[in-house]
Design a protein around this ligand. Structure first.
Ligand SMILES: Cc1ncc(COP(=O)(O)O)c(C=O)c1O
Length: 379
């Protein structure tokens, strides 16, 4: 039986041609496509600057480094996310603090952010879950009031909008991922956008070993070969052929988003009439990129629903296990953390297939299978 996956990339001939052209050129790693891809994303999102890197995780890491997160600094984030959103704080020696979610949108609740601020808090790291932007006005207001930076993890949200503005220009720094299931893909890849030239300079340093060749940043200049290492950076460079794929994909981003939104609309219409299924609320002024389509199964145990749908050839998934529940985090001292709304959501949530190439017929099969969910025998 072929499984309908929950997410999948769309690659066409123009993508293949773009990559092949770079592979035949002189540049395999850092070449002209890096800046071209950065410009495409900056222009699209309305951000002043963009820094392309090797993954969404690398984007989060250099954003935390540029924010100056260090030993014992606290960063407030959501438990309903991929572990990378919190791991990036640990990489810098900081402490992720988990604030509970809004039970309607599944995004971090600004009231919970405010409640968790301490003298050690340095930044807020909201995640636009499933592609729906967080309450950025309120989060920015809390940040301003408390002298904090906002790093928006928009791994799910390239193309999403908040009160008419594209995600990417709403926070001090916004990070994207180009993993294959995301809005666009470069295989592995990521980007940080910012309006701050200072932060951009730091991001570029941390991306490439902390090394600069820019004479205006160097202590001295000994000649054409000369460069200086100014900080402890990493090799988080992305390749030119990945960026060629990214540029090619950006040309179809709006088409991808339109199809995702069409799929979500059909799911919304079907599931809002079904008993035992709760669909995620979309808050006012938000236009989701519809990276994930998550339902809550309230009529039967989630495990039974997961198993039945998988047996029917539907590649459902669970996003996410609250991060603090992982053994690594429990052993770090998060054993007693409990975010009630995140826990309740985790008990019921299921991600259904959504990606641009999902056909009407495949979607019909998903809807029918969800409509056919039954209590487990003996249940
Ligand atoms: C919310 C979130 N943040 C960060 C990442 C990390 O991105 P990447 O896989 O590109 O490193 C992901 C990836 O799935 C994600 O879903």
């Amino acid at each position: 039986m072929t499984i309908i996956p929950y997410g999948k990339q769309s690659i066409d001939q123009s993508d293949l041609d773009a990559v092949a052209q770079v592979l035949r050129s002189d540049f395999i790693t850092t070449g002209p496509k890096i800046a071209e891809f950065e410009k495409a994303v900056a222009d699209y999102t309305g951000a002043g600057y963009a820094v392309a890197v090797s993954s969404g995780t690398a984007a989060l890491h250099i954003a935390c480094l540029a924010a100056g997160i260090g030993e014992r600094d606290e960063v407030i984030t959501t438990p309903i996310t991929f572990a990378a959103s919190a791991n990036c704080v640990l990489y810098c020696g900081g402490k992720p603090v988990f604030a509970d979610i809004d039970p309607a949108t599944y995004n971090i609740d600004p009231k919970e952010i405010a409640r968790n601020i301490t003298a050690r808090t340095k930044a807020i790291l909201p995640v636009d879950f499933a592609g729906q932007p967080c309450d950025m006005d309120e989060i920015r207001r809390i940040a301003r009031q408390n002298g904090l930076l906002v790093i928006e993890d928009a791994a799910h949200a390239l193309g999403a909008e908040y009160h008419g503005k594209k995600v990417g220009c709403l926070a001090d720094m916004t990070t994207f991922s180009f993993h294959p299931v995301k809005s666009i893909t470069t295989g592995e890849g990521g980007m940080v956008t910012t309006d701050s030239p200072k932060l951009c300079e730091k991001l570029r340093l941390f991306r490439a070993h902390g090394i600069t060749r820019d004479p205006s940043q160097m202590e001295k200049d000994e000649g054409g070969w000369y460069y200086e290492q100014l900080a402890l950076g990493y090799n988080y460079r992305i390749t030119d052929f990945q960026c060629a794929l990214g540029i090619s994909q950006m040309k179809r981003l709006d088409r991808f988003l339109a199809r995702r939104r069409e799929i979500a609309k059909r799911y919304d219409e079907a599931f809002s009439r079904m008993k035992g299924i709760v669909i995620p609320a979309q808050a006012g002024g938000r236009l989701s990129s519809r990276h994930l389509y998550c339902i809550q199964v309230t009529g039967i145990p989630r495990k039974a629903a997961f198993d039945q749908l998988r047996s029917a050839g539907i590649g459902v998934n669970v996003h996410y296990i609250p991060v603090y529940r992982h053994p690594y985090y429990r052993n770090l001292g998060y054993r007693n953390v409990r975010c009630k709304n995140a826990e309740n959501l985790y008990e019921k949530i299921l991600s259904l297939p959504i990606y641009p190439e999902l056909t009407e017929e495949q979607q019909g099969k998903v809807i029918e299978a969800v409509g056919g969910l039954r209590p487990p025998s003996g249940g």
